[in-house]
Design a protein around this ligand. Structure first.
Ligand code: 2BA
Length: 109
């Protein structure tokens, strides 16, 4: 068995959970926050048999889309009289960041 952990854009999470449950995958959605953008995203966990992992990845690939957004970088420390003009930086998020982990043991008690 594998645990698929996918960090996805918050706007894609609902559709992803629906698409996975429609195909009888068991899913847990967690609210999470990206370390770089400091914005809400979603972490979706799917416990799946080995032969189901490719299907889970296919659903993620179909449902989660990459997005570009502009962020304003933190200004540097300034000396008095210095001037800093902030330029927005383009950052691309996802479609999804996916980890597939071996599960040593799984029980439903
Ligand atoms: P964030 O950390 O908020 O990162 C959002 C996007 O910012 C990233 O998209 C990437 O394009 C950019 N980015 C992140 N760190 C950067 C850096 N040090 N320098 C320049 N650009 C940077 P994704 O790579 O698609 O990642 C989307 C979200 O997936 C991340 O949100 C984070 O929550 C998660 N993630 C990505 N890689 C991860 C990893 N190795 N471990 C744990 N979580 C990860």
């Amino acid at each position: 068995m594998k645990l698929v952990i996918a960090v996805v854009h918050a706007e894609d999470a609902g559709a992803l959970v629906d698409a996975l449950t429609d195909k009888d995958h068991r899913v847990t959605r967690l609210q999470s926050t990206g370390g770089f953008l400091k914005q809400a995203n979603a972490t979706v966990m799917v416990g799946a048999e080995d032969d189901q992992v490719d299907d889970v990845l296919a659903v993620i690939r179909k449902t989660c889309h990459s997005r570009s957004q502009f962020i304003n970088p933190m200004p540097p420390l300034m000396e008095p009289g210095e001037f800093y003009m902030p330029y927005p930086v383009e950052v691309t998020f996802g479609g999804a960041t996916v980890f597939v982990i071996d599960v040593a043991r799984h029980e439903r008690l």
